[in-house]
Design a protein around this ligand. Structure first.
Ligand code: PGA
Length: 242
């Protein structure tokens, strides 16, 4: 794992946007794995600006998102599909973009089909990841098997609390989601994990300083040959630089 520490979240977002843009421009991210959450918002803003300035094009890029809430349709503003439309897809033409269908009649079949779609696209070249306070990647919560693939999962209470602000007006955070598995993520040829803020410091420490264990799903990345971590100082405070 290569660790880069930046002075603050804005600097980490700038570096992440530059990294992704470079991988796309050099033909190394034709299949791009994308993430939702608060962490990538600044990254997507910067990528949109690069496209608007004529410095970057996603027209050869196929995107696959990590996850979606179960039972939440794409027209619900709390859905990850709506997040992606608002933050990126409405503004930037892609060759194609995919996100698990949270309203599929048979979610298990949708999970298998999603995994097959990734394979059919040739696998993911570069996967962008955030990390949960509990060490989750995608919605692979603590305890998730390292050989897991795309499937239906139960969300942990801490994740439901962390994401509650996305569900205003008394809407309940769903109990379940569809997520790419840890093995699906590990199959990506390159991984960029971005972590900012002190709330992520303990998760980063457990992920990269403890022995790899399903107790901290992100620790699976220790075994990845090309995983890069961009952290701001606050998130990296429990890691010594290496
Ligand atoms: P966040 O979520 O960016 O909103 O902190 C990250 C994650 O849960 O993976």
């Amino acid at each position: 794992m290569k660790l880069h520490i930046f002075k603050d979240a804005d600097a980490a977002a700038q570096a992440a946007a530059d990294f992704i843009a470079d991988r796309i421009s050099t033909g190394n991210a034709k299949v791009l794995g994308l993430a939702t959450g608060k962490t990538p918002i600044g990254i997507y803003d910067l990528l949109r600006q690069k496209v608007a300035a004529g410095q970057l094009s996603f027209s050869d890029v196929t995107a696959f998102n990590l996850d979606e809430y179960l039972g939440i349709s794409a027209d619900n503003p709390a859905s990850f599909a709506a997040f992606m439309q608002q933050r990126l897809f409405d503004h930037v033409p892609f060759l194609a973009h995919h996100i698990p269908d949270g309203t599929a009649a048979d979610p298990n079949a949708e999970a298998l089909a999603y995994e097959a779609r990734i394979k059919a696209a040739g696998g993911i070249d570069l996967q962008l990841l955030g990390i949960g306070r509990n060490g989750h990647i995608g919605f692979n919560e603590p305890g998730a098997a390292f050989d897991s693939v795309t499937r239906v999962v139960d969300l942990s209470e801490s994740t439901r609390i962390a994401n509650a602000s996305d569900f205003p007006d008394g809407q309940q955070v769903p109990q379940q989601a569809l997520t790419m598995g840890i093995a699906s993520i590990m199959n990506a040829r390159q991984i960029l994990l971005v972590a900012t803020g002190e709330a992520k410091a303990e998760a980063l420490r457990a992920a990269f300083r403890d022995s790899a264990s399903p107790d901290c799903p992100a620790s699976a990345l220790q075994a990845h040959e090309d995983a890069v971590v961009f952290a701001d100082k606050a998130a990296a405070e429990k890691l010594s630089s290496d």
